[in-house]
Design a protein around this ligand. Structure first.
Ligand code: PLP
Length: 417
């Protein structure tokens, strides 16, 4: 099949069977067709290589197709792929133990599932059962997923409004505002917060905010849930981003990078005291058929080892500083296009003065062979989120591609304003 025949087939399948309006937008914006990926590179159907700075929205912490993770999954596939469910399982125990070793403080008991939003559903239920209260407090502009519970505590009206009524007894407070916590947390089951808001536009809270959250949750007997689905496992230059404030939450949710981008997986990990309060007498109240399956656990175990053995957290910190400095330099040189550049580690957001500018910048970057993406709640912010294995030269190339995009937007300011 020729590349153009393949493209026709894919476009037609998307148009008829996947998502017709999205297919139209993707085709119009010149979105290529991915066929192969390795490390920081994705190849399209024409053989063109792209540096992956969208990174599957944070999934590819180890890059694509990491050989150690693939080998672990292959080995497990030959032996047993999914759990029979009625017996003990070696890898689920090992992956849970390893996660407890890596996560801060006394986080100990894990529930495994298949995505970030499921991890949030599990954490919300855990907090409600453990406290006997129903109210969940979250932050404006948060993103926690799109299943009904996680959507209810997210902070973007456009995603919520078509599905109301959602969970009742949900309150939102401004992100990063310690003063707003005490009044909101009275009689709450949980406070859910991202250490850095990812989809909300890469918002980094003031230092000490999570410490204030910890103290306020303790004062009110509220379960502190840190949603590290996007920020965890090295992404922000810390193994877990709540370590920036030296804070241990009661529950941490994870997904995205947890299996090194090989098998979909999510999890929450909780303090034993909280988990026991909820489920010591009712161990089957929250379960998942595929959660904690052997392939996902084999991938997660190998991925956690690679993260530590290859010192990827340190690389995320160093390359993150380079990327953010480059983005800030662009912001200083093109203030008519970029209003701010911010981030932590390799989660960097570039805020544009006009939503339309991204329509020039992202396609220009693609032309230059670099992928980037908008944030889901904030269409004015482009996020750069490459694998943690990214090199100095690759960061330079991405910044050059970004500059080409910014120049294109700058030349078209009149048309876009
Ligand atoms: N929580 C956070 C912080 C996220 O960034 C996301 C996804 O972007 C989710 C939860 C939902 O994860 P998933 O898309 O795997 O359901």
């Amino acid at each position: 099949m020729s590349p153009s025949e393949l493209a026709d087939e894919v476009h037609e399948n998307y148009r008829r069977y996947v998502n017709p309006p999205l297919a139209r937008v993707m085709k119009l914006s010149g979105s290529p067709i991915e066929v192969r990926a390795q490390g920081c590179t994705i190849w399209d159907h024409n053989g063109k290589a792209y540096l992956d700075f969208a990174g599957g929205y944070g999934v590819f912490t180890l890059g694509h197709s990491h050989p150690r993770v693939i080998a672990a999954v292959r080995e497990q596939l030959e032996c047993m792929s999914l759990s029979g469910k009625t017996m003990f399982n070696v890898l689920l125990g090992r992956a849970s133990r390893r996660l407890a070793e890596l996560t801060p403080g006394d986080l100990q008991i894990s529930f495994w599932c298949n995505s970030g939003t499921e991890a949030l559903e599990g954490a919300i239920k855990l907090a409600r059962k453990a406290t006997g209260r129903s109210k969940i407090v979250a932050t404006h502009n948060a993103y926690h997923g799109k299943t009904l519970g996680a959507l209810s505590i997210s902070g973007r009206e456009a995603f919520q409004e078509p599905f109301r009524p959602l969970l009742t007894d949900v309150a939102h407070v401004p992100f990063g505002d310690s003063e707003a916590l005490d009044a909101a947390l009275v009689d709450a089951a949980a406070f859910v917060v991202e250490p850095v808001q990812g989809e909300g536009g890469v918002n980094v809270p003031p230092l000490g905010y999570l410490r204030d959250v910890r103290e306020a949750c303790d004062r009110h007997g509220v379960v502190f849930i840190a949603d590290e689905v996007q920020t965890g496992l090295g992404r922000c230059g810390y193994l877990f981003a709540c370590e920036r404030d030296n804070v241990v939450p009661d529950v941490m949710t994870l997904a995205k990078g947890l299996s090194g981008g090989i098998i979909p997986v999510g999890a929450y990990i909780a303090r034993a005291e909280i988990w026991n309060r909820a489920y010591a007498k009712a161990p089957l109240l929250h379960t998942s058929t595929f959660g904690g399956n052997e392939l996902a656990c084999a991938a997660a175990l190998a991925a956690m080892d690679v993260l530590v053995d290859d010192a990827l957290v340190a690389n995320a910190s160093i390359r993150g500083e380079q990327l953010l400095a480059g983005a800030r330099d662009l912001a200083a040189r093109y203030p008519e296009v970029i209003s701010a550049a911010r981030g932590l580690g390799l989660l960097v957001g570039i805020e544009l003065r006009n939503e339309g500018y991204g329509g020039w910048i992202i396609p220009e970057m693609l032309k230059a062979g670099v992928t980037a993406a908008w944030t889901l709640n904030q269409q004015r912010v482009i996020r750069l989120e490459p694998p943690l294995i990214v090199t100095e030269d690759q960061v330079k190339r991405a910044l050059a591609a970004m500059e080409a995009g910014v120049v294109a937007a700058h030349e078209n300011l009149g048309a876009l304003a």
